[in-house]
Design a protein around this ligand. Structure first.
Ligand SMILES: [Fe+2]
Ligand SMILES: [Fe+2]
Length: 239
């Protein structure tokens, strides 16, 4: 199948394409050719696409068969998009609310403060994954494949395990619901309905996307890391 035809079937798939850093300008190239040209494992790409097309069928088992590096790469680029594009856009819109006539100071403060607090939490969550969890998982994978020395790995991560990450892994999407409630309750009668509707829809979209993101982290990345931890233990036991 041609890549352009695949996108025409469901434009949401563009998110997968962006997160795997596949450049646009597909011409008439097939999915297979484009994946190969960009060093993307075609099965991994198709599993994600299939999930975007059939939401009720989450390919957990199949995704767990893939390399940890593929998933970390996908999640890393998703983080970049949140931090450098989606969140700043919503932040700007929410800050604009402060200037609105007809909105009480109290309501404006409530909305802006809630969002700023959320952003702090959001950024800390992502930084923890980028600086600690993802490097740990990549090191685990490298050690298993022999690209990293096992002693060096054990020394670096003697106090860390994937369960530490899971213990404090919070759901970023829950607070999105609170933000939506605050906005719905406190926005003044809008003079520009289109503007606020778009803002609310954009926040809703981010919330849904964060649900997917958490699903990948908790149902694929964590079990995959746990599986690798076990393999490494068995390997060191047999040495
Ligand atoms: Fe994440
Ligand atoms: Fe997370």
């Amino acid at each position: 199948m041609k890549m352009a035809d695949l996108v025409h079937l469901n434009f949401e798939v563009l998110a997968v394409i962006q997160r795997l850093q596949i450049p646009f300008g597909f011409k008439d190239k097939s999915v297979q050719t484009i994946c190969e040209d960009n060093n993307i494992h075609v099965e991994f790409f198709l599993q994600l696409v299939q999930w975007f097309n059939e939401r009720e069928n989450f390919p957990q088992e199949q995704l767990m068969q893939g390399k940890a590096e593929w998933l970390v790469n996908y999640l890393h680029h998703t983080h970049q998009c949140y931090l450098h594009y989606q969140i700043p856009r919503i932040e700007k819109e929410i800050e604009d609310l402060e200037q609105l006539p007809g909105l009480s100071d109290q309501s404006a403060h409530l909305m802006v403060n809630f969002f700023r607090e959320y952003m702090r939490e959001f950024t800390a969550h992502i930084e923890d994954e980028e600086n600690t969890t993802f490097p740990y998982i990549l090191a685990l994978s490298k050690t298993l494949s022999g690209q990293m020395d096992q002693k060096a790995f054990n020394l670096r991560y003697q106090k860390y395990s994937i369960d530490k990450y899971l213990d404090h892994h919070s759901d970023l999407e829950e607070k999105i619901f609170d933000l939506q409630s605050i906005l719905l309750k406190h926005l003044p009668p809008p003079s520009n309905n289109c503007h606020f509707t778009n803002l609310l829809l954009e926040i809703n979209r981010l919330g849904n996307d964060l649900k997917d993101h958490t699903l990948l982290e908790e149902n694929v990345l964590i079990p995959k890391a746990r599986q690798m931890e076990k393999e490494l233990k068995t390997k060191s036991f047999n040495q």
